[in-house]
Design a binder for this molecule. Structure first.
Ligand SMILES: N[C@@H](CCC[C@H](N)C(=O)O)C(=O)O
Length: 269
């Protein structure tokens, strides 16, 4: 048994444990499966392992709750930025991730919330109609890459159901279909107005969640590219809104939202 320090943070309810890489000792998967469990662990959607590099940057490895590794998380990155703002007074941080560099800038503190703008890279869009085993009929949408993979669809129904299934049921099928070699995150998007979308998220590696940074970017990319939504928009998930600005297709997408530190402590592992 050893004692591992952790921080728990969330961004619109999408919650993460933050642990220094020096404590992982190669046990990233086991740590994520144990500590992220809602009933038998601390509970989280994933763990951000951070490693301080000699050049002053910080490298983040994200392990989802089920132990699978993701290229990056938008909200997870912001949670680490919030922690470093709170604990070390840092206001501008470049993070390396397996999905590319992400730069976070502190905008302001409002009570317990740290408001942060993140440069999320240049999204790539591929409109696609897909067929999924066990789903009746083709599904129109888009494969979006924002450092990690997403499939975005536009359900007609107000409750986000589609193809005779709840969004949770349909998401669970799309996320693991062999069509997506490395699995995919799935977002269900409804356009509420010229600059507002609402969406639901079924995440690779943790299932339904209340918010997602990359999911916000993927949903916004699809809404801008395929539905003519404005390039400066509000994207509302169950956990609350975040704002997105995408000046043009070749530019980085800028994501702004809050993150809050919930607690810190140690855990025996
Ligand atoms: N919620 C995150 C995304 C986390 C990674 C995702 N589960 C994956 O496997 O790609 C976000 O805020 O971006």
């Amino acid at each position: 048994m050893r004692t591992i320090p952790f921080v728990k943070a969330h961004a619109r309810g999408n919650d993460f444990l933050v642990i220094d890489e020096v404590h992982a000792k190669g046990q990233h998967v086991a740590l994520a499966q144990k500590l992220c469990s809602r009933n038998t662990g601390i509970g989280a959607d994933g763990i951000e392992f951070f490693e301080r590099r000699d050049d002053g940057t910080i490298f983040l490895r994200l392990i989802n709750a089920d132990g699978s590794e993701a290229e990056l998380s938008g909200n997870g990155t912001r949670c680490v930025a919030a922690w470093l703002a709170q604990s070390e007074g840092l206001g501008h941080i470049t993070f390396g991730t397996h999905g590319g560099d992400r730069v976070c800038k502190l905008i302001e503190r409002k009570g317990d919330e740290w408001w942060i703008e993140s440069a999320m890279g240049v999204p790539r869009v591929m409109p696609r109609t897909i067929e999924i085993e066990g789903v009746d009929g083709p599904i129109e949408g888009a494969m979006i890459n924002v450092g990690n993979p997403h499939f975005v669809l536009f359900p007609q129904n107000e409750d986000f159901s589609s193809h005779g299934m709840t969004w949770q049921q349909l998401g669970s099928k799309i996320a693991v279909d062999p069509l997506f070699r490395f699995g995919t995150n799935v977002e269900f998007v409804r356009v509420l107005g010229p600059d507002t979308i609402e969406f639901r998220i079924f995440e690779r590696g943790c299932g339904p969640t209340t918010s997602s940074g990359t999911g916000t970017c993927a949903s916004s990319t699809a809404a801008i590219s395929l539905k003519g939504v404005e390039r400066s928009l509000t994207a509302i998930a169950q956990g609350g809104p975040q704002t997105v600005v995408w000046p043009d297709n070749a530019a980085q997408m800028m994501l702004t939202g809050p993150a809050e530190i919930i607690c810190q402590g140690t855990v025996e592992f």
